[in-house]
Design a binder for this molecule. Structure first.
Ligand code: SF4
Ligand code: SF4
Length: 428
């Protein structure tokens, strides 16, 4: 694709990355076939090719940044199905990553939208604030009639009960059982440790049982992904910087074989730290080292191998591919193989490459489109009649559980159960 970006803009290294991405695109449109928003709307501007043109036009200054322009980019889930499909290797994520904060600068959103985004930015990445916010939900429900529509859908999505904090996955060092095979840092996540503390507990049990020492640094925090994908750069970079320093300190102090993540949305973002900080003279090297250590939990377990599998009831299991895991990290086989090895009958969900509509904060910011994708996903899952659904991302788990009356659990909870841990509480 030919580009004519003004030379003063091309001084910006991020714009040069976008230019490179734009020039790789041959506008064949293959990507539209797997884009969820294009499938729902049939609108060219709601597909990757249309969005690529739109971003190109914004950079060239040939279209004004209007509500419509922003809407088409906002509607993008960032699911990266288009990247998987593209035969030319267009790095759409890098283009989107540069476009979002640019649009935030160029367009003033309506007040209710700005407030909602501010609320999400300052609450979601901070577990303590998030827990408090959830406690205030009943009060919010009582006063819902006074609030803007976008706030009401947020209240609808909030869980009825806030689980107790994790029992095992607490800051500190949790020693390996038997001979130590690995030493890893576990990112406990921000929203996940509040909404699904049992996931981190299952991870600690499983890893230590397999001979892994688990360290949870006390000053580690949110990976920054949730706000980064909203285009809120300064806040996200601050969170990312802190983690890079914390992990690097841990690496220098006692050594680390891996940084393990159980939330694939976060994993995809941390695997991009090297790209995000490539021009930062103080952090580029550290970010590169950190990125090289990041692994999804199923990648680590697949390398270690499951040990001493216990007999569990024969269950028909539908494995849901989180977009961040299948498109972002290209991790598809490990979870399936591990679950099958653990004794589950793993069945495939039709249209598995299409997003469930969760996508970080997407279901809170674009609830209508998210609801359509949720309905589409649960209808496909229902077709295969599973007894349990497994996924590797808390966002997907909540989204699917909100639309279907079948237990949804994290892959690691099932692997823990099959190797001697307790039965996941969500199972009957
Ligand atoms: S992103 Fe890839 S698949 Fe889509 S139009 Fe461009 S070259 Fe074709
Ligand atoms: S990231 Fe997903 S929603 Fe966005 S353009 Fe690509 S396929 Fe479509």
């Amino acid at each position: 694709m030919r580009t004519m970006i003004p030379s003063e803009l091309r001084q910006d290294p991020d714009v040069r990355v976008s230019e490179e991405v734009l020039r790789t695109c041959v506008h064949c449109g293959f990507c539209n076939a797997t884009c969820p928003t294009y499938l729902l709307t049939g609108n060219e501007l709601e597909g990757p090719r249309g969005r690529i043109y739109l971003i190109k036009n914004v950079l060239e200054g040939t279209v004004p940044v209007t509500e419509q322009t922003v809407k088409h980019i906002d509607n993008c889930l960032g699911c990266l199905a288009c990247e998987t499909t593209c035969p030319s290797g267009v790095s759409y994520s890098h283009l989107l990553e540069e476009a979002r904060p640019r649009l935030e600068h160029m367009y003033k959103r309506p007040l209710a939208e700005r407030l909602l985004r501010l609320l999400l930015t300052y609450i979601l990445p901070h577990p303590r604030r998030f827990r408090w916010a959830l406690r205030l939900v009943p009060l919010g429900r009582l006063t819902a009639f006074l609030q803007p529509r976008s706030f009401k859908s947020l209240l609808q999505m909030a869980p009825k009960h806030v689980p107790m904090p994790a029992q095992l996955a607490k800051p500190g060092v949790i020693p390996a059982q038997g001979t130590r095979r690995l030493r890893v840092a576990l990112l406990t996540g921000c929203a996940q440790q509040i909404l699904g503390p049992q996931i981190n507990d299952a991870t600690v049990r499983l890893l230590t049982r397999l001979g892994v020492e688990v360290v949870i640094p006390p000053d580690m925090g949110c990976c920054g992904a949730l706000t980064f994908h909203m285009g809120e750069r300064p806040h996200s970079l601050q969170l990312m910087r802190r983690n890079i320093e914390v992990w690097h300190r841990e690496l220098e102090h006692d050594g680390l074989d891996a940084i393990v993540l159980t939330t694939s949305g976060c994993g995809t973002a941390v695997k991009e730290y090297d790209h995000i900080f490539r021009n930062d003279s103080t952090l580029a090297n550290k970010a590169k080292i950190v990125t090289g250590l990041v692994k999804d939990i199923t990648e680590v377990i697949a390398e270690l191998g499951l040990d001493k599998i216990q007999p569990i009831p024969n269950m028909r299991l539908a494995y849901h591919d989180a977009c961040s895991l299948q498109h972002g990290q290209k991790v598809k086989n490990q979870p399936r193989q591990l679950l099958a090895e653990a004794g589950f009958e793993v069945v495939e969900i039709p249209e598995a490459h299409i997003c469930c509509g969760s996508a970080g904060t997407y279901n809170m910011l674009r609830p209508e489109m998210a609801a359509q994708l949720q309905a589409r996903k649960v209808a496909h899952i229902a077709q295969v009649q599973p007894q349990v659904i497994a996924a590797g991302n808390i966002g997907c788990m909540e989204q699917i559980a909100g639309g279907l009356d079948v237990p949804v659990v994290h892959t690691v909870e099932l692997l823990d159960w099959a190797t001697g841990g307790p039965k996941p509480a969500a199972l009957p």
